[in-house]
Write a protein that binds this ligand. Structure first.
Ligand SMILES: Cc1cc2nc3c(=O)[nH]c(=O)nc-3n(C[C@H](O)[C@H](O)[C@H](O)COP(=O)(O)O)c2cc1C
Length: 241
């Protein structure tokens, strides 16, 4: 389904503001409603070779920086990768990491809830691994501990370690939602963190920065579709568990 086909039922003022922020400057896409963006921002693991403009990359990164973050220190860093050799290096490390994970995963995937579709996900993950160097843009997101108020040991170590992920992930989510709003696919990936040291070496990242996520960005080969989720009612607890 293209964004143009998605209806935009009665956006209230807030939604309208967000829709117009997401769509401002976009010549090809109609704004789509915020909840529809969230419902259909599925992980894209196949991409066309249609280029992604610098302007769109800037817009989704700017949206990323609107995320909440501890103390508003904004310790996130974004590396935008378009260079073919660097993408190839990342793709090699991604494949190596994924192979390691698949080899050590429990064999009985059929035991999972079918609504989580682990088999299809592994097949799709392989597709991304095999084509990662061809994705127009890869964004690597990191967190610079040099600016962290917490000491690397003692009582505040727990906050320091925790904020590496809690600090970055809201920004990553904003980035992916903004991309979806522009008709761009993304996939939050972390498997290459297994080889974080090698990724840092490849990208010449300073020692104080931890890498958290690698996000391919491009126009997806598959249409955006509703997310496959267990109904809220099965996850809901009123007042007590
Ligand atoms: C912390 C985290 C790490 C993830 N790492 C990967 C990854 O390394 N590779 C991948 O293909 N997908 C990865 N995903 C995407 C999930 O597999 C995906 O969100 C999930 O299967 C639900 O599918 P959907 O996003 O299409 O709704 C990750 C998601 C999260 C939240």
């Amino acid at each position: 389904m293209s964004t143009a086909e998605i209806t935009r039922p009665g956006c209230d003022t807030l939604f309208t503001a967000i829709c117009s922020l997401l769509s401002e400057g976009s010549e090809t896409l109609e704004p789509i409603e915020l909840f529809e963006v969230m419902r259909t921002q599925t992980s894209a693991r196949g991409y066309t070779d249609e280029p992604v403009s610098d302007e769109d990359v800037h817009r989704i990164l700017e949206a990323a920086t609107w995320a909440p973050n501890a103390n508003n220190r904004q310790l996130w860093e974004f590396i935008v990768i378009r260079d073919a050799a660097v993408k190839k290096g990342l793709a090699d490390l991604y494949r190596k990491s994924l192979a390691l994970i698949i080899d050590s995963a429990p064999g009985d995937v059929a035991a999972f809830d079918s609504r989580t579709a682990p088999k299809a996900m592994i097949r799709w993950s392989m597709n991304l691994a095999e084509t990662l160097e061809d994705v127009p843009v890869i964004v690597v997101v990191g967190w610079d501990l040099a600016g962290s108020p917490h000491s690397p040991d003692g009582i505040f170590k727990v906050f320091r370690d925790e904020t590496v992920y809690t600090g970055v992930m809201p920004a990553v989510q904003n980035l992916m939602l903004a991309a979806r709003g522009l008709g761009l696919g993304t996939c939050l990936t972390t498997v290459a963190n297994i080889y974080e040291g090698k990724v840092k070496e490849l990208l010449e990242v300073p020692a104080s920065v931890r890498l958290v996520a690698m996000i391919p960005v491009g126009y997806p080969t598959e249409p955006f579709s509703p997310r496959k989720r267990i109904p809220v009612a099965e996850k809901l607890h009123a007042d007590r568990w």
